[in-house]
Design a protein around this ligand. Sequence first.
Ligand SMILES: [Zn+2]
Length: 400
Amino acid sequence: MEGVEGDGDLDLLADLIGHFGQVRVEEPQPEREPVLSSFDAEGFVKYLLDNNCKKVVVMAGAGISTSAGIPDFRSPGTGLYDNLQKYELEEPEDVFSIDFFRENPNPFYDLAKELYPGHFKPTPSHHFVRLLQDKGILLRHYTQNIDTLERMAGVADDKVIEAHGSFATAHCTDCQEEADPAWVKGRVFAGDIPHCQRCGGVVKPDIVFFGESLPERFTRGFRKDLADADALIVMGTSLKVHPFASLISYARKDVPRILINRDRVGEDGFAFYGSAFDFDAEYRDVFMGGTCDDGVRVLARLLGWEEDLDRLVADGNTAFETERQRHGGTDGDNTTEQQNGREGDDDDDDDDGDGEDEGDEGARSTEENDKGDENGGDGDGDSAAPAADDNGAVTEKQES
Ligand SMILES: [Zn+2]
């Protein structure tokens, strides 16, 4: 500690203070003017308006999709894994291991039927991100989710970065040939394994499995985006899966950050290179407890956008229902013109009548990898599951 060394009285004082844990003796904070006028949604929105912010970065996790009824597919016991028992997996999570997938893609594709986009409709939180885009102030939306609901809500492809990939694109696991995602989906819902039309290898949607790298768009883009950001909105994530979680550290030191989540998270300085959330400092961080949908509604109201949000939600619901009726309630369009490589093991019972089970958030289990994290239905923010090290190589989920 500068200027204190050798001064016995101050040393003692520092020791005592440190002992009581009231002050961070090691890193005295210089006096600084608070960035925000108040440390709540009002203060955050006032900052956006007063500073004419146009480069808002959003970071989202499973919590923004909770109210859509997206199953927490990482948690065995939610029912999602029940029909995988016949595969006798050693670890249910093997479904998302790339090595296992190469050996046996059937369990994944069984599960994928339940996870495929089309069953679910965007939540108000997704529409709020769309609204940020429409108002011209969204720099980028980073999501851990693979459900593509932000795209369904109309967020442009170049505005969305799916850190753990998504079903929106697909590639051959052997020759890397790109496959038409609609065709892949058709095969899956027909109970088939999609095989590469060029080499016959197994085709996989580009969701990131354990053992795979994170998408290049993510690893290459986030530093610049966060450095350019003039405000950061973090929603529905436990900030436990790195490197996604560490994005908050890359925002400039005076950029306001709001966390909308059931629980306070991201305060562990060690995990965030000194740029953890510090809600108590009353400097630039705001914690807004509650659901994402409630939180964005408050922000929309304060921004004067409440009617816009209502309209987007209503239009989105109409479009979703129209689309569903157009497909007769199933996702299995363009089905059976190609029957190659059937593994014989598929159950064809995808009549899909269960595509509607929304709002089951109470049943979500969050026990795995979140010790003591009472996120409840808010999810632990990492719906795609794989964690990665800083080189972008996906390892296993890791505690931070
Ligand atoms: Zn191929």
